[in-house]
Every structure is written in C-alpha cells, then in structure tokens.
Design a protein around this ligand. Structure first.
Ligand code: DHB
Length: 489
C-alpha cells in the first residue's frame, strides 16, 4: 500500500540529499537526487514540465548497455499515488532504446495528463554485442519485466505507484504489452530474470494497453489463411502455395476449439460461428464510427435498415437529418437507415486485402517454406549465433528443420495466450485492446481470440476492431485516456 510506504519516503529522500543512493544490497541503484528538469511542448502549445531520471539500469548483469535501462519522467503534480504509464517502443520485434516522451503519442499525452511515464529499452532480434546476438526471444519481455521489477523495487523512493502500472505498445510492442499484462510473476521466467540480476520483486501490472498486438505467433499462420485464403489476393498464387494456404487454414478449427472460448452468453465459439462473431465485432465498430458521423459505404459489404427519408430514424450528426450516403450497392440509391444490419464477409475481406497486399504463405514462419525468405519472427526465435529458425512444427516439417525443446520453451514464453487463465500467472485485471478494422499484419482471429480469452477469464476488457484503422497505434487518445481515467479514479 502506497500510503504506508510513504512513511519511509522522507527519511530516504533526506539521506539521498546527502548524496546517498537508494541502493539495495542487490546492486541495483536509484538516486532520487539525480532528476533533471525538462519539458515537453504538446501539439496544442501547452508545455509540460517534468523531472527526468535517465539511464536507470534495471539489471545488474548488464549484457547490452545500449538497451537495458529505463528513463522515467515525473510531471510536477505527481505523487507516490500517481499511476505509471509504461510505454515500450518495440517495433518489428527489434531492439528499442529507452526514449523520451513524444508529444504526438500516448507517452506525451500521459505526461500531460499527470501520469508518471516510464520508457524502458529492451533487447531485440537485431541487437548484437560483439559476435553475440543479445536479443533473441524471450530477451525483450525479460528486459521489460526487469524494468517493472525495478519500478517496484524503488517504489517507496520514486514518485508514481508501482501497483498501478499501465503498459502500452503497438504491434510487436503491443505483443510486449500483452505479455507484460498476461505473464505477471509466472515462474518460468524466474531463472532468466535471476541470471540477469533483475530485482527480486513481483512483475505483475495493473493494466495493459495493446494496439494491434502481433501475438500467438505459433498459430498466426493458420489463422491468417483461415481468414484470407479465399480472398481475391490469394487467387494469383501458385498451386503449391494455394495448397499450403488451404492446409494451414484447415489446421485452424482444431486450434480454435482447443481454446474452449465462449461468447458473452456462455455459448461455445466454434469454427462454425467464429466468422459470425468477427462479423458482429466489425459491425459494432462500423456502427460506432457511423454514430460519430463517419460515412460507412455499402460497397464494403454492409447492409442497412431501410426506413426511407429518415422517417423512423433518429437524427444523426448533431440533429441534421440523415445524409444521402450509403446507397446499397446495386440498389435503387434511396436513403438508408442509421443502423447497420449486416456485413457480407467475403466482400469486406476483399476490401481489406485491396487496401494493402497480404503477407505471403506462410505469413509468419516463412523461412525456407516454398522458397520464402526468413521473416522477422524467424530471426526473433533464432539463436545467439545469429541463425534464424522455423519455430512451428508445421513449417519445420516442411523444411526438414526440428523444433528443439529449448526453442519450444522460448516460443511458449513469447505467447500471451498461454498465460491467461493459468493460476500461476497474475494477469492484469484491466485490458484495452485495439486492432484496426483493415489491419492485415495479423488476422482478426488472433486479437479476437485473445480478447475473448481474457473476457472468459473474467478480466475487464475494452476491445474494438477500430474502424478504418490500418496497422497503427496510440490513436484515439481521448478515448484511451478516458478509459485510463475510469480504471484509475
Ligand atoms: C510488426 C509487424 C509485423 O507485420 C510483424 O509480423 C511483426 C511486427 C511491427 O510492426 O512491430
């Protein structure tokens, strides 16, 4: 409890003023007197002043000094009770240096809202010291967990409340945020963290914000083909590629059903009704955008209620009558109602793939499969000597590779799906997950299954297939920070 710990803050701060460091006997160091004043000018011209604590090394056995530290920014109004917004800038599963808050993204906005902002660096698939690749999986999540432990370790002498950490990231960073949220205190990470010299603390967090998380890498190939194999963009493939696409797609139903997910009413989600479930989520997202004034085109596959001339329709757009938009494709062109009543999924999916080309087959574990090059994920699971590997049994069976037990463990530790509902994990109670309604970097089933699994486990989940968003993050910040306000009030 923060207010109990606060009793100890003043003496410690006083001793820090006499140049003592808040250093535990484990060798980790935080000097409360080391803060430097700084400021950030927001897009609206507002200047936010902060105290910056930079280069906080969060492990004692530093392997890669470029990445294994964190910067923390404390706005003037922060106290020991202020929630901590932890932003990771991991992208593409690559290494990420500790940074400063950016005015244009959620880190700057968090600072302007008065939150303490923590930006840890982490090793990644491209980090290298001498001849050693330092950041192959699960290095990045280990570094981020070590950063969380550091915040807890020095919670009493650092502004901000380490019991209320909200993680945020996009894409591979969204995956990192999902892992931080899902895997709290899970024992399998412990030996690695101990070897790194991470603080001996808990590493569970309060909330996780995940934009377009690229997760479930070991099942993402089958999900991708299950959703996209019949789209126009897969028709030009070779017969071999089409056969592989079909074969991957055929493996998805058994995986989905192994998850034993249920709808909100408790009925089972199966391969037979999962596409309808996704359709409903897309309609919900499009309806939300339409209510806010967006034009939702029937050409994308939507149908609408058909009250003519808005006779039965409530006024839209601040009281203006419905506009003459959304003419049904091929129809007579009359006005259509305010409610979306249906979505033709083949039409919609062809729209999605027309906005950006699909990934190849397989989309993720592609190394040497039908002559494909290694993906970032093949590098991510590679070894310290620099090789890239097939990490799924299926791709390995096609290339003659083997998935060693050691690799299988690392793949396990990188998939947040494995930890939701496991009593050995302390999974965050609050989740905010966004995946763009035209994002094809991974397929809808992946984030949808993750959000549903969290919901089924009783978590508070705000999930949206955000309308018209491609692969991107830290958008609709008013909405995000209203949510953060609601969970931290
Ligand atoms: C990212 C995007 C991808 O398509 C992918 O496979 C992995 C990571 C990213 O943007 O971080």
């Amino acid at each position: 409890m923060k207010h109990i710990k606060l009793l100890f803050v003043l003496p410690l701060l006083a001793s820090a003023a006499c140049s003592a460091l808040a250093s535990a006997d484990d060798g980790l160091v935080f000097d409360p007197a080391s803060g430097k004043a700084g400021s950030l000018t927001m897009p609206d011209g507002q200047t936010v002043s902060y105290t910056a604590y930079e280069k906080l090394f969060f492990v004692t056995n530093v392997e890669d000094s470029t990445y294994q530290y964190m910067n923390v920014f404390v706005p003037e109004t922060a106290t020991g009770e202020t929630p901590i917004f932890l932003r990771t800038y991991v992208g593409g599963y690559m290494a990420s240096e500790a940074a400063r808050p950016q005015a244009g993204d959620a880190s700057g906005r968090a600072l302007a809202e008065g939150y303490v902002v923590a930006i840890p660096g982490s090793r990644g698939r491209n980090s290298k010291v001498g001849e050693t690749w330092t950041g192959r999986a699960p290095a990045a999540i280990l570094d981020l967990k070590a950063a969380i432990r550091y915040l807890r370790h020095f919670d009493a002498v650092m502004p901000g409340d380490a019991e209320r950490i909200i993680t945020d990231g996009t894409s591979a960073g969204g995956a990192m945020s999902a892992l931080m949220g899902a895997t709290g205190n899970y024992p399998d990470y412990e030996p690695y963290l101990e070897a790194m010299g991470a603080a001996k603390e808990r590493d569970d967090v309060f909330a996780s914000v995940c934009f377009c998380p690229i997760i479930d890498l070991d099942h993402a190939d089958m999900a991708y083909e299950w959703l996209f194999k019949d789209t126009d963009s897969r028709q030009g493939l070779s017969d071999e590629q089409k056969a592989l696409s079909a074969s991957l797609a055929a493996r998805f139903p058994a995986y989905l059903e192994s998850l034993r997910l249920t709808k909100a009413d408790g009925s089972p989600l199966t391969a037979d009704n999962f596409l309808d479930y996704i359709r409903e989520l897309l309609i919900t997202a499009a309806q939300k955008a339409k209510d806010a004034g967006a034009d939702i085109s029937a050409e994308l596959g939507f149908t609408f209620n058909q009250e003519s001339r808005g006779r039965f329709a409530a006024p839209l757009n601040g009281g203006m009558p419905p506009q003459a938009v959304n003419r049904p494709a091929g129809g007579p062109g009359g006005r259509v109602g305010e409610y979306i009543t249906g979505l033709d999924m083949p039409t919609y999916l062809n729209y999605v793939v027309s906005t950006q080309p699909l990934k190849g087959v397989p989309a993720f574990d592609s190394k040497d499969v039908l002559g494909s090059r290694a993906s970032g994920e093949n590098d991510e699971f590679g070894d310290a000597a620099g090789s890239s590997v097939n990490y799924t049994e299926y791709a390995a069976s096609l290339t003659g590779a083997t998935v060693s037990e050691e690799l299988r463990r690392r793949v396990f530790l990188m998939n947040p799906m494995n930890f939701v509902g496991d009593p050995q994990a302390t999974t965050a109670p609050h989740w905010y997950i966004r995946h763009g309604a035209r994002d094809r970097d991974t397929s809808f089933p992946v984030p949808v299954a993750f959000a549903t699994k969290l919901q089924n486990a009783g978590k508070d989940v705000d999930f949206l297939l955000a309308w018209n968003r491609p692969h991107s993050g830290d958008y609709a910040l008013d909405e995000l920070f209203a949510w953060i306000g609601s969970i931290t009030k």
